[in-house]
Design a protein around this ligand. Structure first.
Ligand code: NAD
Length: 440
């Protein structure tokens, strides 16, 4: 079986390399010539652990190639994954599905053999059925193009592992069409015991957005309690530990902090609300507006803490931000809380320097107005406050002695609640965390 992956961003590049690893002949297609040129040389244009090795291995073996040509893609394969972007289209949160529509339309113009198109992108419910009828209408006479939906749950930072050994697979089809091919594509994972859910289009689409809505809610839930403990007292981490001991709740995704970001959770919960309104279900997903607002308020809170820490510090205090990516092990800065807070502090007149071990380049592209020293020492030198916003391991392991001699003032704000408060207070630092009532 020869397979194509259309759209070779974070998701598509990972999927293409992993399909090659599973033994298939794969072509990755993207409209971005720079991305295709890099991938074709075996160079990954973003950071993802374990993926560069896989990419190089299969580009070299010839099992994986890349192109900007849809004609070549259609001729090469008869199974096509759609992995293009579905960003937020407008203020009201609606998803922009034009990349998906455009990619399918372009593919259909070239397909002259029976084919299965498998959607992977995260889409509003109803998209797969609409695309299936578009495929029926636009397929060339004599060819049958079927559609299936196979949502993706990979986490950036663990993308290879999540693709080769996923928690579960979801196959959405119309009356089972395409199931034998899907089972064949994922034969290795299925043989290893990966749970499989075979369902209809709508359920498959909704499983993905429901999972993301649930995760976002869990994070904002604990952050809502952080707002309470900031005022009433109490320890947010102990609270999370204690409720997390209940198996029905679980401890993961209950870390209070500066909240979620990235290219998925924020836009997915907004798109779900917009789609629900389109379906005439007025307030069904209104709680997600609170989840979103709570999440964004945590960024305001960090800005407030920096201003509090630096009250009366004179003109243009210097702030060192530790972290730019939306989470560790990734260089993805899309809707990153860390970069957003850094930019807001810059707008307020602070001298801001940002250090991130991996995301320096992508952050500088998105926010060129900020300073990006190459080392953590460079970023904290002369700082009036240090603000930890992405929980990279090297930041989690910081101790006061690492920074004492570098900073101008010993103020640290731990926006991810990963540092040991006692250690920093004993070391003579002013220390703030989210969900902690300020000392009287
Ligand atoms: P991305 O922006 O990194 O990649 C999208 C790619 O599609 C880009 O390289 C773009 O050039 C390409 N593209 C756009 N229009 C095209 C066209 N007509 N033909 C071919 N290529 C085209 O986005 P991503 O993060 O990879 O996300 C892709 C989809 O997967 C989204 O729906 C996202 O919600 C979903 N998803 C992402 C992740 C993740 O962790 N990134 C996880 C699960 C699901």
């Amino acid at each position: 079986m020869r397979i194509s992956v259309i759209g070779t961003g974070y998701l598509g590049a990972t999927h293409a390399a992993c399909l090659a690893e599973m033994g298939f002949e794969v072509i990755g297609m993207d409209t971005d010539p720079a991305k295709v040129a890099a991938l074709a040389e075996g160079r990954l244009p973003f950071h993802e652990p374990a993926l560069p090795e896989l990419l190089r291995k299969h580009v070299q073996s010839g099992r994986l190639r890349f192109t900007t040509s849809m004609a070549e893609t259609a001729a090469f394969a008869n199974v096509h994954f759609l992995a293009v972007g579905t960003p937020q289209a407008s203020e009201d949160g609606t998803a922009d599905v034009s990349q998906i529509d455009g990619a399918l339309r372009a593919l259909l113009a070239h397909v002259d053999q029976d084919a299965l198109v498998i959607g992977k992108s995260t889409v509003p419910v109803g998209t797969a059925r609409r695309l299936a009828s578009m495929a029926k209408k636009l397929a060339r006479p004599g060819t049958t193009v079927e559609l299936a939906w196979n949502p993706e749950f990979l986490r950036e930072g663990y993308a290879v592992k999540d693709t080769l050994a996923p928690d579960r697979l979801v196959f959405g089809t119309d009356s089972g069409t395409g199931l034998p091919i899907l089972r064949n594509v994922y034969a290795t994972a299925l043989a290893a015991g990966t749970p499989l859910v075979e369902t209809d289009f709508e359920t498959a689409e909704l499983v993905k957005v429901a999972a993301n809505a649930f995760l976002a809610t869990k994070i904002s839930f604990i952050n809502a309690f952080a707002e309470i403990t900031e005022v009433a007292g109490g320890d947010i981490t102990t609270l999370a530990d204690a409720i997390g001991m209940d198996e029905r709740i679980g401890r993961r995704f209950l870390n209070a902090g500066v909240g979620f970001g990235g290219g998925c959770l924020p836009k997915d919960i907004r798109a779900l609300q917009a789609r629900t309104r389109e379906l005439g279900l007025g307030n069904t997903m209104d709680f997600l507006a609170s989840v979103d607002a709570l999440n964004l308020r945590r960024r305001d809170k960090v800005v407030e803490l920096v201003e509090l820490a630096l009250t009366g510090s004179g003109a243009r205090p210097q702030v060192a931000i530790l972290g730019a990516s939306f989470k560790p092990e990734s260089d993805d800065v899309r809707d990153s809380p860390a970069l957003d807070v850094a930019a807001r502090l810059h707008e307020r007149g602070f001298a801001v320097s940002v250090f991130d071990p991996i995301a320096r380049h992508s952050a500088a592209q998105r926010r060129p107005e900020l300073d990006y020293p190459e080392t953590i020492e460079g970023a904290v030198a002369g700082a009036d406050a240090v603000v930890l916003l992405t929980e990279w391991r090297q930041f989690r392991e910081l101790v006061p002695g690492d920074l004492d001699a570098l900073v101008r003032r010993r103020n640290i704000i731990d926006g991810r609640n990963v540092l040991d408060a006692a250690q920093w207070l004993d070391g003579g630092w002013n220390f703030w965390q989210l969900g902690r009532k300020p000392a009287d």
